[in-house]
Write a protein that binds this ligand. Structure first.
Ligand code: NAD
Length: 600
């Protein structure tokens, strides 16, 4: 694969490095940042860009927004229709095009095409229309896109590293044409959303998540690298699918798999430096916890399914505390599910309660979990309790039925993350309403069809007293003449802002307290009026401000605790972070200073 700079210049390259002698790339050295080669925006290396590249290269393309002067200067006059358009007009056209499609998958395909054609326009459309566009480039549509990946595949995006590359992962990374990668989202495709093992077709997830890094937190697209680690798939149907794009073999596991992941982590640091953020996404349950433990203090890494979910859910709980004028330690929490989401939330709740003054044991005592085999208790006869669950095991007789557990414990907060649709029955919800003035009920399972209950059911069973949040969006509900707006605990409130804070401060490791600080920052952004209307999160269209504020809070925390490595410390953190953000508006296109002579 040619390096981007080389492709722009028409030069041969190996592993992304330009070979021609005497070539100097434009290297910027911003205060507090390592020097880097940039091929976008104001820092384009002018003598390496031919006129036509301004049209062909999505990062430079402005479509019909090139002015007459630019068209003439760049030598592209006549290559575009004669009309001139503003970016505003282009955005309107894109939105009209999206709405012309009936099916969400077709809308997704259109938006991916736009990303491949005109990057700045794509990000402006996404950033300024978050509520409408996010569900199309991310959940739920991205799930469908992953399932149909082979069918709708057009152009490569992201890096595919297979188990056959073991021993050579660094060389594959060198083929990636960008030199300043700062953030990687990686999956092995084993547990894509609630859809199971989609193997290499899981690539849609890192691509989608990183689109949100840029759209919601202003992280520059060329600094983001989506990666799939293809070790095969245990999805037999997929292996037999004629369109499947990955290795048609069973998953490699055990020592070989672990060595492969180890090599990948080391290769990333060797290629892009120790501060490269590596976000793990949609790994199988066992591996997700294992890798988090193994790598959290060695690399700059986090797992969004565990830690991002925990942070957004705890933010909802902290907002609920504001509404109820109470503290987490005043409550008893019952979780349905004891997987990545539930355990992540439970652990972060423990940390938050410790901050309120409880001991670890006291905090654990307030949290109860039910998994597929019933209440997590010590010496459970059917299906023992191991690993992280064991920390929450109680000395109680085993109980299987959630309704019985609710009656016995009378919890004040009931949190569902087990993908068991309608598990919060009318009776359970009614009981919650009887045991509590304002019961906290979170139905976090996605998609909507897997939710433990709907917003309507929770409000109706409690005469509108429930403090409700869900994983998937629900429409407002009017009850007793009052309209309530159910909160949606979308991870997108958290991970882009966390990534921005981490990158701007150069944190080496992302400790658990980062996610608690992020949750606190998010909960502070919910106004009293919003709380009164039932919301536990700020409106989705304010999410870019949310990301910025989370990043600022994390930066303050990082400098205060000595975790930042970007020095000297900027005088004003918000101004500094704002100065790092991606600008999707068109600038003046760069004129080729010396047209590049053809190579012999
Ligand atoms: P997971 O596979 O790690 O865990 C699922 C858990 O549910 C396991 O502990 C399993 O034992 C338990 N379970 C299965 N059947 C059960 C039953 N009949 N009764 C009780 N428990 C049962 O999955 P996860 O990553 O924890 O995700 C779970 C759900 O949470 C998914 O639907 C996911 O979409 C959702 N989720 C929501 C958010 C969010 O709202 N922001 C974030 C992450 C995950």
């Amino acid at each position: 694969m040619l390096g981007l700079s080389a492709r722009l210049a028409g030069l041969p390259a190996v592993g992304g490095r330009v070979l021609a002698g005497g070539l100097s790339c434009h290297v910027t050295d911003r205060p507090g940042r390592r020097p880097y080669h940039e091929v976008t925006g104001e820092n384009v290396c002018p003598n390496m860009v031919r006129g036509i590249d301004n049209v062909r290269e999505p990062r430079l393309n402005k479509g019909m927004a090139f002015t007459l002067e630019e068209r003439q200067r760049l030598g592209i006059h006549g290559l575009l229709p004669p009309r001139f358009k503003t970016q505003d007009e282009q955005v309107d056209l894109c939105i009209k095009n999206v709405s012309r499609y009936q099916e969400d998958l077709n809308k997704f395909i259109y938006l991916m095409g736009l990303q491949d054609r005109n990057e700045r326009l794509f990000y402006r459309v996404l950033s300024e229309n978050v509520e409408q566009m996010m569900p199309l480039v991310y959940t739920p549509t991205v799930g469908l896109a992953c399932q149909k990946f082979g069918l709708i595949y057009r152009r490569p995006r992201g890096l595919f590293i297979t188990i056959h590359d073991k021993g050579h992962i660094y060389d594959v990374l060198k083929n990636w044409p960008e030199h300043d990668v700062r953030a990687i989202v990686v999956t092995d495709g084993e547990r894509i959303l609630g859809l199971g093992d989609l193997g290499a077709q899981g690539m849609g997830i890192p691509v989608g998540k990183l689109s949100l890094y840029t759209a919601l937190a202003g992280i520059k697209p060329h600094q983001c690298l989506p990666i799939v680690l293809d070790v095969g798939t245990n999805n037999k149907e997929l292996r037999q699918d004629e369109f499947y794009i990955g290795l048609k073999q069973e998953r490699v596991s055990g020592a070989e798999y672990d060595e492969f992941i180890d090599e990948f982590m080391q290769a990333v640091v060797r290629r892009y430096g120790q501060n490269t953020l590596i976000q793990f996404e949609d790994f199988g349950n066992q591996n997700a916890f294992r890798f988090l433990e193994k790598y959290r203090n060695k690399y700059c890494t986090f797992n969004d399914d565990i830690q991002g979910t925990a942070s957004v859910a705890v933010a909802g709980l902290l907002a609920a505390m504001k509404k109820l004028h109470s503290r987490l330690s005043d409550h008893t929490f019952l979780f349905l599910g004891a997987g990545e989401a539930s355990l992540g939330i439970a652990n972060l709740c423990v940390m938050a309660m410790e901050q309120e003054g409880l001991s670890s044991a006291e905090a654990h005592d307030k949290i109860f979990l039910v998994d597929s085999r019933g209440l997590i208790v010590n010496n459970r006869p059917e299906g023992g309790v191991t690993g992280h669950k064991a920390e929450f095991a109680k000395d109680m007789p085993p109980m299987k039925n959630l309704g019985d557990v609710v009656k016995k414990l009378k919890p004040s907060a009931l949190i569902g993350a087990a993908a068991q649709p309608q598990a919060f029955t009318a009776e359970i919800l009614k009981d919650m309403g009887e045991f509590n003035k304002e019961p906290i009920i979170f139905a976090l399972s996605n998609p909507t069809s897997k939710a433990e209950c709907t917003a309507q059911q929770a409000y109706e069973a409690t005469q509108g007293r429930a403090v409700f949040a869900s994983g998937s969006p629900f429409d407002p509900v009017t009850i007793g003449g009052k309209t309530l707006y159910p909160g949606q605990g979308n991870n997108a409130y958290i991970f882009p802002g966390v990534a921005l804070g981490v990158l701007c401060t150069g944190m080496h490791h992302i400790g658990e307290e980062v996610f608690l600080r992020a949750a606190e920052a998010l909960s502070r952004m919910v106004s009293d009026a919003e709380l009164d209307a039932g919301r536990l999160y700020p409106p989705l269209n304010t999410i870019r401000d949310v990301s910025l504020q989370i990043a600022v809070q994390l930066a303050e925390h990082a400098y205060r605790t000595g975790k930042a490595s970007t020095y000297p410390q900027p005088d004003d953190l918000e101004t500094f972070i704002r100065s790092q953000l991606y600008d999707y508006h068109y600038g003046v296109s760069v004129q080729p200073v010396h047209p590049w002579p053809a190579l012999q």
